[in-house]
Design a protein around this ligand. Structure first.
Ligand code: FES
Length: 68
């Protein structure tokens, strides 16, 4: 089972990942990791992975609606 967490002011944290591929279908080397942080601020110099660059100015707060 995989899980994606929308980090406050940061990346998508993906747990349980088995593969990340580019647009042509080529796999990135995850070096056995099953947890990756995917950039969503577009400033990482290591896309599609987060490199911490979001800390400069990326602000977003994704909050799921509460169930009644
Ligand atoms: S989300 Fe971290 S560098 Fe983009």
């Amino acid at each position: 089972m995989s899980k994606i967490t929308c980090m406050a002011n940061g990346p998508f944290l993906v747990d349980g990942v088995s593969e990340v591929v580019d647009a042509s279908g080529r796999s990135f080397d995850l070096q056995g990791k099953t947890r990756v942080a995917l950039c969503r601020c577009a400033t990482s110099r290591n896309k599609p992975f987060c490199d911490g660059s979001h800390k400069a100015s990326f602000r977003v707060d994704d909050v799921a609606p509460r169930k009644a």
